[in-house]
Design a protein around this ligand. Structure first.
Ligand code: PMV
Length: 322
């Protein structure tokens, strides 16, 4: 009863910030992301007959408290589905900095969902795996699926799930992960998101979401890079406008974050087309076409405060190692 899996980080172009159901993690708006090829979480889950308690090791450290509770709760969901009561040993490792706005909860929960169900002998459909991952961490449902992924908001546990809208080979865009600091954020996405509605801009944001999603899907289909980039960048700032004005206010950016955002806009003016997005953390994600990748990596590396650039591309969803 053992399985080893990999689940990728996903980067949202159209974000999820606000739930209509906290417990079931139903998002207020449908949203869209891409899975990365390289950045992600590798997890091994083993259910063992004589184990007294679940044991969870994340990034080589045995975890306890709230971090462990979240994993145990997810294992309980799987045990219930498989009708087993054995405890499990979970060993999980991220190949990127954790808790700095790079979606570690998404890849982590997606990997746990696939690993635990496989180890328990279950063989769930992609849709059901995505629904299960959603219960662990909303955006994790998107790491379950290949390429360009839409999380259809739905209105119940059954119909809120992620599906692939274009596969990873549809369009080979490059994603540059600009790592600025390893300092962990103080407020988690889950906690921050619960206050989204206290911003007076929240309703206005949500009103525009359907239209934005429709537009970006058409632009992706047409491979219109400028339009996809413009929608993505504006959407990130739109979400942060809500974060900045919710009560209490959330400022996830560091001075370096703003420096990179402005630099990206300058690079564009200088002819190297690229666009940014930022999640709940200080690090910045930049998309570009292959023809500008080398040049942009060099330029980004030269910005004061940049620790490293991770180069990635669009990849598959969670998978089992055989
Ligand atoms: O699924 P969570 O609780 O990690 O929330 C993710 C929230 C954002 O990263 C800010 C947006 C998104 O859609 O990924």
């Amino acid at each position: 009863m053992k399985a080893r899996v990999f689940a990728p980080v996903n980067v949202a172009l159209i974000k999820y910030w606000g739930k209509s159901d906290e417990k079931l993690r139903i998002p207020v708006n449908s949203n869209l992301s891409v899975c990365l090829e390289k950045l992600g979480t590798e997890t091994t889950v083993e259910f063992k007959k004589h184990l007294k308690r679940d044991k969870v090791v994340i990034n080589k450290k045995k975890v306890s408290g709230r971090e462990k509770d979240r994993v145990v709760k997810h294992l309980d969901r799987v045990r219930k589905m498989a009708d087993i009561d054995w405890k499990a040993e979970v060993i999980s490792e991220n190949n990127f900095p954790t808790g700095v706005g790079l979606s570690s909860s998404a890849s982590g929960m997606a990997a746990l969902s696939l690993g635990a169900t496989k180890a328990a002998g279950l063989d769930l459909s992609e849709k059901d795996l995505s629904r299960l991952a959603r219960l662990g961490s909303g955006s994790a449902c998107r790491s379950m699926v290949d390429g360009w992924v839409e999380w259809v908001k739905g209105d119940s546990d059954k119909n809120s799930y992620a599906k692939s809208v274009f596969n990873k080979d549809h369009w080979d865009l490059k994603i540059l992960v600009v790592v600025l600091s390893q300092k962990k954020k103080k407020i988690s996405s889950s906690k921050g998101m619960a206050e989204a509605k206290t911003s007076e801009f929240f309703k206005t944001r949500i009103k525009g979401m359907e239209n934005k999603l429709r537009k970006i899907k058409q632009a992706i289909k047409d491979k219109n890079f400028s339009l996809v980039g413009k929608i993505m960048e504006n959407e990130a700032l739109n979400m942060h406008a809500v974060m900045l004005t919710q009560r209490p206010s959330l400022i996830y950016w560091l001075p370096e974050t703003v420096r990179v955002m402005k630099a990206v806009q300058d690079f564009r003016e200088e002819g190297s087309e690229c666009y940014f997005t930022v999640n709940t953390g200080q690090n910045v994600l930049v998309i570009c076409e292959e023809k500008n990748e080398e040049k942009l990596v060099k330029k980004l590396k030269n910005i004061n405060g940049v620790i490293e650039i991770r180069r990635d591309r669009i990849g598959r969803g969670a998978r089992l190692f055989t």
